[in-house]
Design a binder for this molecule. Structure first.
Ligand code: PEP
Ligand code: MN
Length: 337
């Protein structure tokens, strides 16, 4: 249930409602907008049937939340969530670009890639130190050694680090080095892992599962928020369809739909969506036109030598051209990049 407090409500009206909800065993989630304060009653709402919430002082209206997800819903928080990471805002007017190799390979190659990203104005370096691979015999990532290479780039170039967490047992370790934690497609419904990142104080990029519906995707985001971590970034990265020419199929309509259903920032990973470098630029521009708040792109200085996802990795020159083209699309839709 959503309890809307009108523009003239007093702080004590709000506190009274919070106390009553807590007495009933519910949790109050507060969202203060410019004109109104919204209180979400989280828990078994049936309890509220007996409480005349409408007649409490300060209350303007009471609405049921019909969707199964609550904290992530627009109804609960009409204003966009903007996540600040070291002075860069994700979800605001500026579109953020996160780029780098699929996997952290060696210190030298990582440094080379990071240097090549600087002319494109990239503030976020992506790279996996723990890699979820389809084959147990494929390169699995360097673990902490890879995280240290990422940290060295942050130290030298001031870039923020985006890297994947695959296992709750590595949470403390990965958080030591990462600015943003990535939860991969294959773990979108690893509820133990979602609960774990719900308890940390770092932004989390949640990638949509290979075969997940929008509702399932948002329920997974709800898992994270239900633990208290409100810094969730949704990432559409392509879903599995009958098509085989591309690695996955980018669900472009997911972008405006998610923006409508939730207040959370929405980014797009064009690289895993298409799986081939020649299409990455076109779908990135489409993503920005559709309202995406950012891009997560794989870039490698020598894709032919990449230890994973070479065919979908852009060379730095192609990436730079892509960013310039994307910037023009961003301006056309009233954003900056
Ligand atoms: C990745 O970002 O390198 C990755 C493994 O992505 P996904 O989980 O979307 O497959
Ligand atoms: Mn990859």
């Amino acid at each position: 249930m959503i309890i809307v407090l009108g523009p003239d409500h007093q702080e004590e009206d709000l506190q009274r409602i919070i106390r009553r909800l807590e007495d009933l065993g519910l949790r109050a989630h507060i969202s203060k907008g410019e004109h109104r304060t919204i209180v979400g009653a989280i828990g078994d709402e049936r309890i509220l049937n007996e409480l005349p919430v409408e007649s409490f002082p300060g209350v303007e209206s009471v609405l049921p939340i019909l969707k199964p997800y609550k904290l992530v819903s627009r109804e609960m928080k009409p204003d966009d969530t903007v996540i600040q990471v070291n002075g860069s805002a994700i979800g605001g007017p500026q579109i953020q670009v996160m780029a780098g190799p699929c996997a952290v390979e060696s210190r030298e190659v990582l440094e080379e890639i990071a240097d090549a990203l600087v002319p494109s104005g990239v503030h976020f370096l992506r790279g996996g130190a723990f890699k979820p691979r389809t084959s147990p015999y494929a390169f699995q990532g360097w673990g902490e050694k890879g995280l240290k290479y990422l940290a060295a780039v942050r130290e030298r170039l001031g870039m923020m680090i985006v890297t994947e967490l695959m296992d709750p047992r590595d949470t403390v370790l990965v958080c030591k080095y990462a600015d943003i934690i990535q939860i991969g497609t294959r773990n979108m419904q690893n509820f133990r892992l979602l609960t774990e990142v719900g308890n940390i104080d770092k932004p989390v990029i949640l990638k949509r599962g290979l075969c997940a519906t929008i509702k399932e995707f948002l329920m997974s985001a709800e898992y994270i928020m239900a633990q208290g971590n409100e810094k969730v970034i949704l990432c559409e990265r392509g879903i599995r369809t009958f098509e085989t020419e591309t690695r996955n199929t980018l669900d472009i309509s997911a972008v405006p739909l998610l923006k409508k259903l939730t207040h959370l920032p929405v980014i797009v990973d064009p690289s895993h969506a298409v799986g081939r470098a020649d299409l990455v630029s076109a779908v990135s521009k489409a993503a920005i036109a559709a309202g995406a708040d950012g891009l997560l792109v794989e870039v490698h200085v020598r894709p032919e030598e990449a230890m994973s996802d070479g065919p979908q990795s852009l060379r730095p020159a192609a990436f730079k051209t892509m960013v310039e083209e994307c910037r023009r699309v961003a301006e056309a839709v009233g954003r900056s990049m």
